[in-house]
Every structure is written in structure tokens, then in C-alpha cells.
Design a protein around this ligand. Sequence first.
Ligand code: 1GP
Length: 254
Amino acid sequence: MKILEELAKRQAEGKKSIAVLIDPDKVEETSTLMSLIHLANENCVDFFFVGGSLITTTNLSAVVSKIKKNTNIPVVLFPGSSLQLDAEADAILFLSLISGRNPDLLIGQHVTAAPILKNTKIEVMPTGYMLINSGKITSVAYISNTTPLPDDKFSLAACTAMAGEMLGLKLIYLDAGSGAEKEISAKMINAVRKAVQVPLIVGGGINNPHKAISALEAGADMIVIGNALEKDPKLLIEISDKVYDWNRGVEARK
Ligand code: 1GP
């Protein structure tokens, strides 16, 4: 089953997903990557996201390949630019940065990437990518040359997501930015959740089980954890347990 279909099915059932974000620059040590893969295998992780707003190494292909060799967990590219493509990946978040007004990230990079993707088996997942202000300027806000949506403008965010869905985007990703000081608030997630039908991905600054569960309760279908695992990989056990318990609860109520 394609990932988009799987996500729609899970959403219909009320089930949640967890993705581990790997920044290829941060796992130059093979042992760091291998221990994350083992942890993910043991803890019901649903997806690996691979990418970063700025990658300064040539490590991306090696990382994708290492994950593919050591787990069946699908690898989803989460690219900062059209340079971050790899044919071995299972899928790509084909991101349109709809919270910003930078034409290159709304359509430009896509034109460059499209002919390459067309010749691969990668599942292309059109995604409305929305940056939400989280305090200080994040790498993704700076590199993308866009202004994140203010974190108290719920209606602005809801209308942005709505427009993205009307344009045909199949996922909405609310991102506070990697290592964000403030995760996206439950009120913001809830406002966007009510505005669209498509699956909702939420990430940025989720660094404890409480924040994870709060995002899920507010309406996130998938949470993404990256930065916090660089400091404490074992956090994945606690957070993925919450997602597992949630999904078991859904099964039990059937
Ligand atoms: C960033 O949403 C992802 O784009 C994950 O954020 O690295 O803060 O977990 P963290």
C-alpha cells in the first residue's frame, strides 16, 4: 500500500504515527545512525524522515542506503532543496512552503526535481509545509527566506492550510523548526485540524512524551522527532510508547 493511502486509512481509524527525523549531517558516525535504527526497529517507529534545511555533507545517499539495509521502516525524504533526492528512498514530502511567499519554494525547486522524480519509483506526496513562529529564528526560516506564521494567528494558519488543501496538497505539515524552543501549541494544531481533512504532520521542539501526547490529542496524525534524539536517543522509547498506547486504545475500542 502507498504511504499516502496508509496514512489516510490510519487517520480514518483514529490511529497515529511517529516519524524519526535524521539529519544526514548529524549522523556521520555510523554507530549513531545504527543505534537509532535499532531503537526504531524495537519501538514501533512508522517512518524515517531524512533531510535538513541545510546539509553540508554528501552523506544523504549513504544514510538512506544504511536505513534501507537495516530496517523495513519506510524512508521518506524531507528535503530542504531539490539537491536532496535519492532514488533508494520510498517516498518524498514534495513540500510547498505555503506559509511563505518565496516562489522558489512554492514551485521553483519542484520544477527542477519533477523530471528526476518522474524517473524513480519514489512515491511523491504533495505536502503543504507551514512554518509556525517558535521564538527565535530557526534555520529553516532563515534558509527558506520566509516569515513563519505568527503562533497566535490561528485563523491565518487555518486559512493557509485550507488553501493548500484546495490546491490539491495531500498532507499538511506544521513545523516549529528543528530544535524549536517552543513546540506548536495545541490551539494552533486544533485550529488547523478543524480546517482540513488531510492528514496532519506536526514537528519541531517535541522533546518529551507530554508534548507528544498533547500534539496527538490536539489533532496531529503524525509527530516528527529529531533534535531531541540527538541528545537523548532513549527518549524515543518513551515517546513511541505513547503512540503505541494510543493505537492500542483505538484497537481496543473497535
Ligand atoms: C523539524 O519537525 C522537525 O523540521 C522535527 O523537529 O528536530 O525539533 O524534533 P525537531
